[in-house]
Ligand binder design. Structure first.
Ligand code: ZN
Length: 203
């Protein structure tokens, strides 16, 4: 399986990092070794002093497809959940400054804690999903899929031109504004609506 992550998919987040609003989706990948499941802790890596949280809605692909038309894209994902796209912002700044790929800042071990998934039937309108991230009991990020620059269906269509999508592949759909640093012993809890799907500590 593969993990595809969309960057700069909320206007306010692109602005907070001084990035232009993209005309096409920006995406990158993480390997399966980035996944953390079942509330296991995230271990703060030695190579960074600035790990940022980014809470994101995650689509789970349920069907093989490539070159998927946007109007049929809804058939290709069957579950929606939440994940954190941990980012070593200090290393990413260095990569961006030098025009280099981002992998070391985005795809390191444990950089993709995943919560539980809900079937798409749970969502009456995928273009109106409220989600938020609490750290130590305080809400740090809030988003709604209505504010996506590129919709779920557009993302699936776009990405599948380049990479065939397979069962179990994940698409992190981008983070809303409000990203910031985590510290050891922080408690992260993430919700869709008032349903908690993700709960883990930084160690
Ligand atoms: Zn992200």
């Amino acid at each position: 399986m593969k993990i595809i992550c969309i960057g700069r998919n909320y206007r306010e987040h692109a602005k907070e990092l001084n990035n232009p609003i993209p005309l096409k989706p920006v995406f990158f990948m993480k390997p399966d070794s980035s996944i953390i499941r079942n509330g296991k802790p995230f271990f703060y890596p030695d190579f960074s002093q600035e790990i940022h949280y980014e809470i994101e809605l995650v689509l789970k692909i349920g069907r093989l497809g490539k070159g998927i038309a946007e109007k049929f894209a809804y058939r290709y994902y069957d579950e929606i959940g939440l994940g954190v796209d941990f980012t070593a912002r200090d290393l990413q700044k260095e990569c961006k400054k030098n025009g280099l790929p981002w992998e070391i800042s985005k795809a390191f071990e444990g950089s993709a804690p995943l919560g539980e998934f809900l079937p798409t039937e749970y969502f009456p309108d995928p273009a109106n999903i409220d989600f938020h991230l609490d750290i130590n009991g305080k809400t740090m990020q809030e988003g709604n899929s209505a504010d996506l620059i590129f919709s779920f269906d557009f993302l699936i269509s776009y990405v599948s031109q380049f990479f065939p999508l397979k069962n179990g592949d994940l698409i992190f759909t981008g983070t809303p504004a409000g990203v910031g640093p985590v510290n050891r012993n922080d408690h992260l809890e993430a919700y869709i609506g008032d349903k908690k799907l993700l709960d883990f500590y930084v160690k």
